[in-house]
Design a protein around this ligand. Structure first.
Ligand SMILES: [Mg+2]
Length: 219
């Protein structure tokens, strides 16, 4: 019974019907927004050891190259890629630089949004912001970060002048996917599932294949 519930739960978070219904033959720009840890990686960047090398974080050099190839196809088809992470953004940029993924306006990844300071990883909002967003009294960091991620999605939607429905958001935490969906980002996808046994980059590579196929992108 529990397995069935899990299966339905995961399915509902990964339903692509919305996307299928919205695709017309005219080109539409989509913004791909990826969480970093355990979405683009196989391990948590905060836990892996530098001595083992950066490829370890992505599972293998082969998996990382597959990811780059798919992201390159999305970008060269006119779509835009962002990262939306709880991690210290500067640290993520450093990892990407070390595996030759460039971040910047015309680069593979346009921008990495995340913690600007190490303190923000635990406290994403100031007291003023907590008040503004109606979050006073909420201390659960996961819940707070799920809202913080929505503020980054809102920022991206404004910068790109694109409706929320053209933003595809990928994250391995259901609280983040759920909060994004509740705030209008219906094309949000949970990365990883108990019943498939796949998680992180292994799951994302399959998800991207499905989307690339749906968008009829040449790879
Ligand atoms: Mg994550």
């Amino acid at each position: 019974m529990n397995n069935d519930i899990n299966r339905m739960f995961n399915k509902s978070f990964n339903d692509m019907t919305f996307l299928q219904n919205e695709l017309s033959s005219d080109f539409q720009k989509f913004i791909f927004v990826f969480d970093f840890d355990l979405t683009m990686t196989i391990k948590n960047s905060g836990e892996y050891r530098v001595e083992t090398g950066y490829y370890d974080l992505f599972g293998s050099e082969e998996k990382l190259e597959k990811l780059k190839k798919k992201l390159n196809s999305l970008k060269s088809s006119g779509h835009v890629i962002y990262i939306n992470t709880r991690a210290y953004a500067e640290y993520v940029r450093r990892i990407l630089k070390n595996v030759n993924i460039l971040v910047g306006d015309e680069c593979l990844i346009k921008c990495v949004y995340g913690s600007q300071t190490v303190e923000e990883i635990q406290k994403p909002f100031t007291l003023t912001e907590l008040n503004e967003y109606g979050l006073l009294g909420i201390e659960n960091t996961y819940v707070l970060w799920s809202v913080k991620k929505v503020t980054f999605l809102n920022l991206i939607s404004t910068i790109e002048s694109i409706p929320k429905s053209n933003i595809l958001f990928f994250d391995d935490l259901s609280v983040n996917v759920n909060t994004a969906k509740m705030n209008g980002y219906k094309n949000s996808f949970l990365i990883g599932s108990d019943d498939s046994g796949l998680y992180g980059l292994d799951f994302l590579l399959i998800k991207l294949d499905q989307i690339i196929d749906l968008f009829k992108i040449k790879i």
